[in-house]
Ligand binder design. Structure first.
Ligand SMILES: CC(C)(COP(=O)([O-])OP(=O)([O-])OC[C@H]1O[C@@H](n2cnc3c(N)ncnc32)[C@H](O)[C@@H]1OP(=O)([O-])[O-])[C@@H](O)C(=O)NCCC(=O)NCCSC(=O)C[C@@](C)(O)CC(=O)[O-]
Length: 308
């Protein structure tokens, strides 16, 4: 069994993008430093999108150069079009993540164009990135891969087709994303297998939301199918503002607890991670942070894996 699991903390982007209230840029920086100090090596720090549509992300361009100074941190930023990808690249992002929704309706609501046109946007961005001197990883989140609140069921064969299309378009890494949190473990297994058949090892990650309380069960199903990378958000905040009914991401602290308890290594120090909740809670008093392990405390049975 491969014991390493890579976590990407998406709190500063997905977690904050539809928060009630704005986190000040200085607080974002302090929070990202705390997350990195807790051992998170990959953090999605923001997005380069319309500041009118997503005002919480308007300061990403200022934030990015500052977080690039954090030792050993892979800095990810989300973009939805070439303009945003260029801005992310020029600000120094190591990874640029693009959403491509399987649901045409969600795609229009989210990025202003349908699925096929957004795949073409990925190809344009990949071509542009290839012409640049500094390499940057191009990730694609195949959104609404487990259902859409506007279109309903999303056929697994269509998920596999979209994954194959974004691979041909030039994605380095592909994630399946449960945008509105409708996935269940059997569906995760089926979609992961179908996507693996279509794109092989290019399918790297799951991005899960916890709407139905099945987030960690879905992560476990993904683990069983060989997935070794997950997005998650401290306190389980988040959701796509353009997907009706979307709710929070899987909770980083609970995911770390589950993985470390099972013998996987995440590199994350759970006490330090829990300590990073205080700043988030203070900055966004109208948000409710979730986490079983934060509520109960770290049990004495928790493995001393980090100390080993
Ligand atoms: C996607 C665009 C940019 C389409 O932008 P467009 O195609 O250029 O459309 P437009 O020409 O109609 O422009 C719309 C507005 O965006 C501006 N604009 C255009 N491009 C940029 C840019 N790069 N940076 C800053 N501003 C930009 C543009 O100037 C204009 O401003 P306005 O005149 O209306 O004030 C726009 O629709 C937008 O910003 N949408 C927000 C998308 C978003 O942030 N969604 C949430 C993230 S995706 C997600 O949460 C899902 C995910 C990844 O987590 C996985 C999952 O859970 O499924």
């Amino acid at each position: 069994m491969e014991q390493e699991v890579r976590l990407c903390e998406v709190g500063p982007r997905d977690g904050l993008q539809m928060a009630r209230g704005m986190m000040a840029a200085d607080d974002k920086l302090r929070w990202i430093r705390q997350l990195a100090a807790a051992g998170l090596r990959e953090i999605e720090v923001g997005s380069f999108v319309s500041p009118r549509l997503v005002p919480q992300m308007a300061d990403t361009g200022q934030l990015l150069p500052q977080v690039l100074g954090i030792d050993g941190l892979t800095v990810c930023a989300l973009a939805c079009n070439l303009k945003g990808a260029i801005a992310a690249y020029e600000a120094g992002a190591h990874v640029i993540a693009i959403p491509v929704s399987v649901s045409d309706t969600h795609s229009h609501a989210n990025v202003g164009k349908g699925t096929d046109a957004q795949v073409e946007a990925v190809a344009t961005i990949a071509d542009w990135l290839r012409s640049q001197a500094r390499p940057a990883r191009l990730d694609v989140a195949v959104a609404t891969a487990f259902g859409c609140s506007m279109e309903g069921a999303v056929p697994v064969r269509r998920v596999a087709q979209v994954a194959a299309a974004v691979m041909r378009a030039g994605a380095d890494e592909i994630a399946l994303a449960d945008t509105v949190g409708y996935a269940h473990p059997a569906g995760v297994r089926e979609a992961v297998r179908a996507a693996q058949d279509a794109v092989g090892a290019r399918l790297v990650k799951l991005h899960l939301h916890d709407t139905m309380g099945l987030g960690l069960a879905n992560a476990l199903a993904g683990l069983d199918e060989g997935i070794r990378a997950f997005d998650a958000c401290l306190g389980g905040l988040g959701g796509c503002p353009f997907a009706p009914g979307a709710s929070g991401n899987i909770v980083t602290e609970d995911l770390v607890f589950m993985l470390e308890s099972m013998g996987y290594r995440t590199g994350v120090d759970l006490p330090r991670l829990l300590a990073a909740r205080a700043l988030l809670a203070a900055s966004l008093p109208r948000e409710t942070l979730r986490s079983g392990v934060a509520a109960a405390g770290i049990p004495r049975t928790y493995p001393a894996a980090m100390a080993a």
